[in-house]
Design a protein around this ligand. Structure first.
Ligand SMILES: Nc1ncnc2c1ncn2[C@@H]1O[C@H](COP(=O)(O)OP(=O)(O)OP(=O)(O)O)[C@@H](O)[C@H]1O
Length: 224
């Protein structure tokens, strides 16, 4: 489903502080699988994930989604693919303070211009699924860690993405909540989602339902 072909990424290219964060990664990720990118801090996991999720572009090499080359597409196509194909869960969950749980979940769908009432129904349905409906009208700043996590998951799912991308999703969670997160990920896979997670948390990469663990070191794949 996703193919990386000798992908490289440089920051500050051509300047004295030029840095190659990804130095040539080739990788295939199948649909409906859970893939974990693991590796030490600074090994390039987030950089690689953001290129897969069309949040940034490779300096060289190709990224293909269902055999379609993404890396050369103009920005507006890339944005559209990003919105419709990917759901994102970030380490700090990145919920928008001052807004309610329901408003946060609806946010990624606004640019798609859907009917507001229908969108609200979809968001409430997701919140019910994750037992967050009693908190729909609460401001996100008052949520517990587990509630913030479930809100972030609902938000990532609002556009019914095929691929869920999670960057260090358990970094701020205790072991119990981290395990709960993995159960949710497993359920999402059973519903047909493809999941790509970066993590250096053993609760994540040692979880039995993981299909593939890809290890990174200094911007390349570590030898198995
Ligand atoms: N915008 C940037 N400009 C310059 N260097 C960057 C930039 N973003 C990342 N880097 C560098 O690229 C390297 C890889 O960073 P990345 O965030 O991908 O690592 P990571 O494996 O996700 O680390 P962590 O586990 O700590 O999140 C790091 O050395 C980082 O300092």
């Amino acid at each position: 489903m996703i193919e990386l072909d000798d992908v490289k990424k440089a920051f500050n290219q051509g300047r004295p502080n030029e840095f190659w964060a990804i130095r040539g990664v080739s990788l295939k990720m199948d649909a409906n699988r859970i893939t974990v990118l693991k590796g030490p801090s600074g090994s390039g996991k987030t950089t690689l994930l953001s290129m897969i999720g069309c949040l940034s572009r490779p300096t060289s090499g190709r990224i293909l989604l269902r055999s379609r080359i993404l890396s050369g597409l103009p920005e507006r196509f890339l944005t559209e693919i990003r919105r419709k194909t990917f759901g994102f869960i970030f380490q700090q969950f990145n919920l928008v303070k001052g807004l309610t749980v329901l408003e946060n979940v609806m946010l990624p769908a606004y640019p798609l211009g859907l009917d507001h009432r229908q969108l609200r129904e979809t968001a409430l349905k997701l919140l019910r699924q994750f037992n967050m409906d009693p908190k729909a009208d609460s401001k996100v700043e008052w949520l517990s860690g587990g509630e913030a996590q479930r809100t972030a998951i609902c938000r990532a799912l609002i556009n019914d993405p095929e691929i869920l991308i999670a960057d260090e999703p358990t970094a701020n969670l205790d072991t119990r909540l981290s395990r709960e997160f993995m159960v949710i990920i497993r359920d999402l896979k059973q519903q047909g989602k493809t999941v790509i997670v970066t993590s250096h948390d053993p609760v994540v990469f040692e979880y039995a339902e993981i299909d593939t663990v890809v290890e990174m070191r200094d911007g390349i794949l570590a030898e198995a």
